[in-house]
Design a protein around this ligand. Structure first.
Ligand code: HEC
Length: 247
């Protein structure tokens, strides 16, 4: 029994490393996550509504909640961020029927409500910057972290198209490709730095959608710690008072 418990606890300890290994050995760039940066979240929301919500839903998220969290009025959200005819209390749903989507893309675009927790922010940040031209694929593109992906490069108008440098594929790493394996052709409307910033904001928004209360939870944590620190003073004095006669 004891041995068994030991084995289980070792497995539990290893769990985080299994999760990390799911990146498939490809180096992931670090996403610039800052959930307190409202401007970044607003820009991310705008990109999400414009470029993603036509295919992907975020069904666990309501427009109203986003308006409140990002400090926007209901009308501001309805005017600038709702393109689907949804009402402010609706969830971020899409009109595209799943069967149609499966026919067009070979697979249904998944709901993105908790994608940041399923894949991780760094994976998303690398994925959205890692599309490259691959004429052998139905959508004409492939991806460095998602081999044979069924999603088109919907942000190509911003980023431009990337080519894979054939001599750069890291053979020592099992043929894994990295961001350094790609060159962009300059046909996008953004410079590489601007594009990285835009995708950073988008991933920041997806991280927020994955856990809307996180920023509040983290602030609350500091208050709780502060309270405990203050409580320490009377608790310590009380302890001294109790033990005074014993010593
Ligand atoms: C034209 C439809 C379409 C649009 C627009 C689109 N996607 Fe996708 N997306 C897909 C499809 C289809 C897949 C499934 C790919 C597969 O499984 O091969 C996918 C997959 C993904 C995945 C991987 C999900 C997984 O399996 O873990 C992520 C992340 C993602 N999309 C994010 C986005 C973001 C962010 C945007 C907006 C910038 C976006 N997508 C816009 C069609 C779309």
């Amino acid at each position: 029994m004891k041995k068994m418990m030991k084995k289980i606890s070792v497995l539990l300890l290893l769990l985080p490393s299994f999760a990390m290994a799911s990146g498939g050995g490809v180096h992931l760039d670090e996403a610039p996550i800052d959930l307190s940066d409202k401007e970044s979240l607003k820009n991310g929301a705008k990109l999400f509504m414009n470029y993603c919500l036509s295919c992907h839903s975020a069904k666990f998220m309501r427009y109203k909640r986003m308006a409140d969290d990002l400090g926007m009025s209901d009308q501001e959200v309805l005017d600038n961020l709702v393109f689907t005819g949804a009402k402010i209390h609706d969830t971020m749903d899409i009109a595209m029927p799943a069967e149609q989507a499966a026919k067009w893309f070979g697979t249904v675009p998944p709901d993105l409500s908790v994608i940041s927790r399923a894949r991780g922010d760094d994976w998303l940040y690398t994925y959205l910057r890692g599309f490259y031209v691959d004429p052998s694929r139905p959508m004409g593109v492939n991806n460095i972290v998602f081999q044979d992906v069924g999603m088109p490069h919907v942000l190509a108008g911003l980023q431009g198209n990337q080519q894979l440098k054939s001599d750069s594929v890291d053979m020592a790493n099992g043929g894994a490709k990295t961001m350094e394996s790609l060159v962009v052709d300059g046909s996008g409307s953004m410079s590489p730095a601007e594009y990285d910033k835009a995708v950073g904001d988008l991933v920041n928004f997806l991280a927020y959608v994955g856990e809307p209360v996180k920023a509040y939870r983290m602030t609350l944590g500091w208050y709780v710690l502060g309270f405990l620190l203050i409580l320490l003073i009377p608790a310590y004095r009380l302890k001294k008072e109790y033990w005074k006669d014993v010593h």
